[in-house]
Write a protein that binds this ligand. Structure first.
Ligand SMILES: NC(=O)c1ccc[n+]([C@@H]2O[C@H](COP(=O)([O-])OP(=O)(O)OC[C@H]3O[C@@H](n4cnc5c(N)ncnc54)[C@H](O)[C@@H]3O)[C@@H](O)[C@H]2O)c1
Length: 274
């Protein structure tokens, strides 16, 4: 007997599905039996992802949508209902970031990040929830980051938006618990995406960067997009029926580490009784 599909017949919207983690969430959700609505800002990325899912025997549609624009979000929800008649799952994955000294963060920089990462999560959650309420069930998974455990310098707007996502998620979790709509967070650590490849390629020594990154991860490697997607499948599925308001770190132990492992390799704390 084949393995039961964990998202069989569920209609799942995945935002930012054109690249990186969102692309793999869309692919893994389709393999788990979901009808995937891939929503992304640019069709040139987003459409081929859905075309490949359909060519592979899965089901899905692409809808062009900037999650920070209310009319785009309303159109995405309306097209999903028109096509599939329901929304079971929403994954708020679309996100942008930049690293900039706070003195140089202009109001328009702030607005760009907060509008996509936080307002986008609010808008998609609001309009999807209105449909989920009609069905009496639903599951929303919001993608945050390990920055909600401890922050990096020069990422103020991103970190503010991602902490905001956790607050919004927990508030909605308690507001909708009795109405059978669950809200949870997945917080990835360092994940192997094109962006990480670009950072490593641009560094004077790729090995040094990778060794430094890995020294901050107990599992000594970046995570894969599949590993993030698997956590999303779990929280989206009925296997997580009693879980709401949770923040699940997918980080190879990063947020449990106090000091970089390199310190110990340097022998700084060796042999000292404390
Ligand atoms: N890559 C990592 O290591 C990492 C770590 C922690 C958290 N995250 C989070 O995971 C999510 C995905 O990150 P990624 O690395 O895959 O990013 P990415 O840049 O590779 O992909 C993001 C996708 O979102 C889309 N997008 C951007 N703005 C949009 C908008 N306004 N409306 C709709 N779609 C939009 C992009 O077109 C792209 O397809 C983000 O929320 C990010 O903050 C990533």
């Amino acid at each position: 007997m084949g393995k039961a599909l964990r998202l069989e017949d569920k209609v799942a919207i995945v935002t930012g599905s054109g690249a990186g983690i969102g692309k793999v969430i869309a692919q893994v959700f389709a393999k788990e039996g979901a009808k995937v609505v891939g929503a992304s800002r640019r069709a040139v990325n987003g459409q081929p992802v859905i075309d490949a899912i359909v060519a592979d025997g899965g089901e899905g549609i692409f809808i062009q949508c900037d999650v920070s624009v209310e009319s785009d979000v309303r159109n995405m929800i309306a097209k999903t209902i028109e096509t599939y008649g329901r929304i079971d799952v929403l994954v708020n994955n679309a996100g942008v970031n930049f690293m900039k000294n706070f003195e140089d963060v202009e109001p328009e920089d702030w607005d760009r990040v907060v509008n996509v990462d936080l307002r986008g999560t609010y808008l998609c959650s609001r309009y999807a929830t209105l449909e989920m309420l009609k069905m009496g069930s639903g599951s929303v998974v919001n993608i945050s980051t390990v920055h909600v455990h401890a922050c990096l310098p020069t990422a103020g707007p991103y970190d503010a938006a991602k902490w905001g996502i956790v607050g919004l998620t927990k508030s909605l979790a308690v507001e909708f618990a009795s109405r059978n709509i669950r809200f949870n967070v997945v917080s990835p650590g360092t994940i192997a995406t094109q962006i990480l490849d670009d950072v490593i390629a641009a560094a004077p020594s790729a090995d040094d960067v990778l060794n430094w990154l890995n020294s901050n991860i107990p599992m000594e490697r970046p995570g894969t997009c599949e590993e993030v997607a698997n956590a999303c499948v779990f929280l989206a599925s009925d296997d997580a029926s009693y879980i709401t308001g949770a923040n699940l770190y997918v980080d190879g132990g990063m947020t449990s580490l106090l000091l970089s492992k390199q310190r110990f390799e340097l022998g700084a704390l060796e042999g000292k009784e404390r």
